[in-house]
Design a binder for this molecule. Structure first.
Ligand code: SAM
Length: 232
């Protein structure tokens, strides 16, 4: 078993890869919208136009595909092989040159060659790491892959707020895909140590009934100061 992170995260995303687009009301629009936002962030923060981007938790490619479409040279890595397979298929479908590879973020140094002007990790990926030590290890690998003036951009949930409120569910997201109505939402089971288990529900209306799939994964609620301290 890999240190600090058991196989449950890989299993969760391998299983979810086929349905991951359903966490968005319209995945294609989100791809476009997120690429526009990240492009603006790069222009604001990077000292010069980046030659290449590493998306170190790319999943099925929500950010990597849009940035590749914009003309950036993108390499996407992720711990989930099924997500990487889907990202590769989605890039091929769109005739995009983005490349993808199965890599645990804590093994970037040995598995990914070269350095990158921009590294990204969006949509609450790093909080899958088990504790601060594990996050520190990931940060060391990310820093080693950044070129001298490179920048890291990312996003996580606002855990400072969520730790106060300890919500037990997320709002349902409904969409219609190939004529099938789908609903996704999460139920959260908080633990005493700031971690929580997500019960991720995907419901699809088939033959007048809702078929429900529940998948489980663990997150750690890293606060802003913990993240800032570790990535300083
Ligand atoms: C919430 S998803 C976001 C994926 C993608 N950024 C997006 O927005 O579609 C979190 C991703 O982090 C990946 N992940 C979790 N732990 C990882 C690790 N140790 N190394 C690499 N990827 C990891 C998961 O496999 C999953 O694809």
């Amino acid at each position: 078993m890999k240190k600090g992170l058991d196989k449950s995260v890989e299993r969760f995303y391998n299983d979810l890869a086929i349905d991951y687009h359903l966490v968005y009301q319209n995945w294609n629009k989100s791809i476009e919208r997120q690429a526009t936002i990240i492009d603006q962030l790069i222009k604001q923060h990077a000292p010069q136009k980046p030659e290449n981007i590493l998306d170190c938790t790319c999943g099925i490619g929500t950010q990597a595909l849009g940035l590749s479409e914009m003309g950036y040279e993108v390499h996407g890595t992720d711990i989930s092989s099924a997500s990487i397979e889907r990202a590769q298929a989605e890039a091929k479908k769109r005739a995009l040159p983005a490349t993808f590879q199965v890599v645990d973020v804590r093994q970037l140094m040995s598995k990914v060659s070269g350095q990158f002007d921009t590294i990204i990790s969006f949509d609450n990926s790093l909080p899958h790491l088990k504790d601060q030590q594990d996050l520190l290890l990931a940060a060391q690998h990310i820093k080693a892959k950044l070129s001298p003036h490179g920048i890291l951009l990312g996003s996580t949930r606002d855990y400072d707020l969520l730790l106060q409120e300890k919500p037990v569910s997320t709002k349902p997201i409904t969409s219609i895909n190939n004529g099938i109505k789908t609903i996704t939402f999460q139920l959260w089971d908080w633990k005493p140590d700031k971690s929580y288990v997500v019960n991720h529900f995907t419901m699809k209306e088939l033959n007048n009934e809702f078929e429900t799939t529940v998948r489980k994964a663990q997150y750690t609620a890293f606060t802003r100061s913990e993240m800032s301290h570790i990535f300083a």
